[in-house]
Design a protein around this ligand. Structure first.
Ligand code: G3P
Length: 219
């Protein structure tokens, strides 16, 4: 399973780009708003930090012509890596279908049901982003949704990649991988937690002590 970083914070992206296992970036209007820059300014900086899929969300919803115009403008920033993020609604699915005919990659977001994911796949979405945390917040079973979407994808050999989003903890990441999602897009603070285990830390202390003992023998 690939890991993307879910942020518009340039410092976080720059650091994550040095780790060697972050393959892309997802943003959304709320993440962009935290940075105090325009979407275009943020995306123009991100494309210089990560050579991988970078999701930029269309924001003028309900006006298909405006949404299509914004999609093309975003794509022009970097045709190699920009992915157009669209909501799974009537307008978003129409534009997804149009952009798929133009070979412009799309990420259908705010996915909360298997039927929404099915429509995204049928519309030719490159990625579909089920939101785990927001489902858990209302007491629904986010892992069941991932199981359903993975099953639908496998049943019909859809090429759409499943990006598990709204990740709130390492369990979300683990289960996304166990259940067969293609990608998890993870906030910076959660990414830091993935490598942490107290037994690794304590084991390393012991190894270092014993290595020092061995090193003494060489003197
Ligand atoms: O990629 C979507 C993600 O940023 C939403 O996360 O925690 O606002 O549901 P959250």
């Amino acid at each position: 399973m690939e890991l993307f970083i879910d942020t518009a914070n340039l410092n976080e992206i720059e650091e994550a780009s040095t780790w060697g296992y972050i393959k892309g970036v997802t943003t959304n209007p709320s993440l962009i708003a935290k940075e105090g820059l325009t979407q275009e300014e943020v995306i123009n900086k991100i494309v210089k930090l990560i050579d991988g899929p970078i999701s930029a969300e269309v924001t003028c919803n309900n006006d298909v012509d405006l949404m299509l115009e914004q999609a093309h403008k975003l794509y022009e920033i970097n045709k190699k890596n920009i992915v157009i993020k669209l909501p799974i609604n009537e307008e978003g699915l129409k534009i997804c279908h149009q952009l798929s005919k133009e070979n412009i990659p799309t990420n259908l977001t705010l996915c909360f049901s298997a039927n929404q994911a099915l429509l995204a796949m049928e519309a030719g979405a490159t990625y579909v982003s089920p939101f785990l945390g927001r489902l858990d917040d209302i007491g629904e079973n986010s892992f069941q949704l991932i199981q359903e979407i993975v099953a639908i994808k496998r049943n019909y050999q859809y090429q759409t990649k499943i990006i598990c989003a709204s990740i709130r903890n390492p369990l979300h990441v683990k289960n996304s991988a166990v259940l067969g999602a293609d990608i998890a897009t993870v906030p910076y603070k959660i990414l830091l937690k993935l490598k942490q285990h107290h037994l690794t830390d304590s084991g390393l202390v012991t190894f270092e002590k014993d290595a020092l003992k061995t090193a003494q023998l060489n003197k």
